[in-house]
Write a protein that binds this ligand. Structure first.
Ligand code: ZN
Length: 308
């Protein structure tokens, strides 16, 4: 990691804004279809658990068997928080501004990473959002996209002329690569979804998953104040130490490593909480120590590559 800049990555008020969005989503669930209880671990399905964190009004438990964190309350109708028109319109509106930043920050890096494993073929971006990545990826792969939100999938299809689905059973082809960037933590049954996605893979096809990692400095220091603790958005908090164990009966694990912005998140949190002005030059230098945590498997995101 080089040239990290706290002010750009985590501007003043960052955590407060995340908190407001989560609060609004929780309120939205309560006022509409309401909550249901999820008493089984979404990874190993055990019922054995203990209290881990509370995010505003939602309790998050830790599975005693696989150490996964999961929201005890799940919206009865998940689409209510994703189809909140105001949120989607905001996403689409800010899409142009984000697009440039996104490609610089993620696009190249993601493609380069995929190409270490697969140079060409059919790629499906599952959970495509406003489509920046899948549009970028079409320079290198034959692409399709998927988003649970009807509005977003229509937007991507029209904007980029990429065939985009919003229902799994409508997809009638097979892929060499399926990407799930920040998707799996949002769904109610992540293991079941992975099983379904497996059918869309060709033999030796690969799934690339990026998701938050519970077993991390960021979560250990910030707990429910972490910007990644966002139930009802993030429902499952995977543990990079145990996840492979539960994937390996269906897939071969080709790659697993953690990456994060733990230090930036922690500095930004305390900067805002105590309104301290940080010596940014010094802080930015220290942000590169994130590498140490990345390499120790203790950062707040993980990447896993699964092979069929
Ligand atoms: Zn479990």
């Amino acid at each position: 990691m080089k040239n990290l800049n706290l002010k750009i990555m985590r501007p003043v008020g960052f955590h407060a804004r995340v908190h407001e969005i989560v609060k609004k989503a929780q309120k939205n669930v309560k006022e509409n279809s309401g909550w249901k209880i999820n008493s089984n671990c979404p990874v190993c399905f055990s019922k054995k658990k203990k209290f881990w964190l509370k995010k505003i009004n939602v309790k998050i438990y830790e599975c005693l068997i696989c150490k996964t964190g999961y929201s005890y309350h799940v919206p009865k109708n998940l689409s209510e928080i994703y189809d909140m028109d105001s949120e989607i319109d905001d996403k689409i509106k800010s899409h142009k501004k984000r697009s440039k930043y996104f490609l610089k920050k993620f696009g190249n890096e993601r493609i380069k990473f995929i190409k270490n494993f697969k140079k060409r073929g059919n790629l499906l971006d599952f959970g495509c959002g406003t489509g920046e990545f899948v549009n970028f990826a079409q320079k290198y792969f034959n692409v399709n996209a998927f988003d649970f939100s009807n509005k977003l999938s229509k937007f991507v299809e029209e904007k980029y002329n990429i065939k985009t689905y919003s229902e799994l059973n409508k997809i009638n082809k097979k892929f060499d690569v399926i990407t799930l960037y920040d998707v799996l933590e949002h769904v109610e049954n992540p293991m079941q979804l992975l099983g379904k996605i497996r059918y869309l893979l060709k033999k030796n096809g690969l799934i690339f998953i990026y998701s938050p990692n519970k077993n991390s400095l960021g979560f250990d220091v910030l707990g429910s104040e972490s910007n990644l603790c966002t139930a009802p958005f993030h429902l499952t908090y995977f543990n990079s130490e145990t996840i492979a164990r539960y994937m390996k009966n269906k897939f071969k694990i080709v790659y697993l490593k953690t990456f994060g912005l733990d230090l930036a998140d922690i500095f930004a949190y305390f900067r805002d909480k105590y309104q301290i002005s940080l010596n940014e030059k010094n802080i930015n230098k220290f942000l590169s120590y994130q590498d140490i945590f990345d390499n120790k498997g203790y950062s707040n995101h993980f990447r896993i590559v699964l092979k069929k």
